[in-house]
Design a protein. Structure first.
Length: 326
């Protein structure tokens, strides 16, 4: 049997050991991921992206097919960076070169993300919605974002509609919301976060988009063009930035941006429509664009606009590419 030894006597002259340092709570691991925003044309995707980013980076109008490019919006909240990708509405009505390019952009996004937001008008679903839904990858989680909930008059109709939607696709979650409601937008961040992987952020904390100011300038001209011409002007009209120059402002003054852009239409009648009586419409397009760009870019802006006719450009593969559509 082993006899336990008595403990060593305590030396009263020995320095007391310091108390252990408190354990600092570890910082939460960073999360970051790509989130595609998809849906049919004019369902509110761009409005949702702008609300999520907290600043306008994607143009909006009542005209369908306004968005024509993949636009990335970045929002960093806490330890999570959300990288939202707004896509053009999937085109089913026209098969020209422009629409083939837009559809290629959609297909290039939805299979290379961590999460999909399938945006549909709450209570509605048609053939155009079904076409986009059929493109979703079943291995990538998708949220059913029932947008424009504020426009639903009979909320009791939502339950049977939701049951029908769940039969169409195995959505991870159902998110009823309005992109114009700040509380709904904040709630969406919390829902999306858990689907994003733990990894380092892709962008700096203060970055909002991967698009250049030159690109945004062209988009703003196009937005004002569509808003001020309504349904009179075909959706195939586009804008090309001919020059974009930045000059440092004088001491104490904002920088100066000099922009020249061409509005491209397909017929002489469309050109006259854009110019307007005595040039009033194109002048207003330029003025409204300048005011918005000065606010967005915190700069003094000078902008010149021209209108040119390029018949059939939307069905010309080479010209579509030359106008910036991949």
């Amino acid at each position: 049997m082993t006899i336990p030894q008595a403990p060593a006597p305590i030396d009263p002259n020995r320095e007391a050991l310091p108390d252990p340092a408190p354990i600092e709570p570890s910082a939460p691991a960073q999360r970051c991921g790509l989130i595609a925003i998809v849906g049919k044309p004019n369902v509110g995707k761009s409005t949702l992206l702008n609300a999520l980013v907290g600043q306008k980076i994607s143009i909006t109008s009542r005209k369908a097919q306004t968005t024509r490019h993949r636009i990335t919006g970045v929002r960093s909240v806490g330890a999570t960076q959300f990288v939202f990708v707004d896509t053009p509405g999937f085109q089913t009505r026209h098969g020209n070169a422009l629409n083939r390019s837009l559809n290629k952009s959609v297909l290039g996004v939805i299979n290379d993300v961590d999460l999909v937001l399938f945006v549909v008008e709450a209570g509605g679903f048609n053939q155009a919605d079904a076409k986009v839904l059929s493109l979703l990858n079943k291995d990538i989680p998708a949220l059913l974002v029932a947008n424009k909930l504020d426009q639903v008059t009979t909320r009791s109709d939502i339950a049977p509609w939701l049951q029908d939607m769940q039969l169409r696709h195995a959505f991870a979650e159902f998110v009823p919301m309005s992109a114009k409601n700040a509380r709904d937008v904040d709630r969406l961040f919390g829902i999306c976060e858990k689907y994003l992987p733990q990894q380092a952020w892709f962008y700096a904390a203060d970055e909002l988009t991967d698009r250049s100011e030159k690109f945004l300038a062209g988009e703003m001209v196009r937005e004002k063009l569509f808003r001020l011409t309504g349904d009179e002007l075909p959706y195939t009209s586009t804008v090309v930035i001919d020059s974009f120059a930045e000059e440092a402002g004088r001491k104490g003054q904002k920088r100066l941006l000099r922009i020249a852009a061409t509005i491209v239409v397909e017929r002489d009648g469309h050109k006259a429509m854009v110019i307007g009586d005595k040039g009033e419409r194109i002048k207003r397009i330029g003025t409204e664009t300048r005011v918005e760009l000065e606010r967005l870019m915190d700069a003094k802006v000078f902008i010149e606009l021209w209108v040119k006719v390029r018949s059939g450009w939307a069905d010309d593969e080479a010209r579509v590419r030359s106008f910036g559509y991949d």
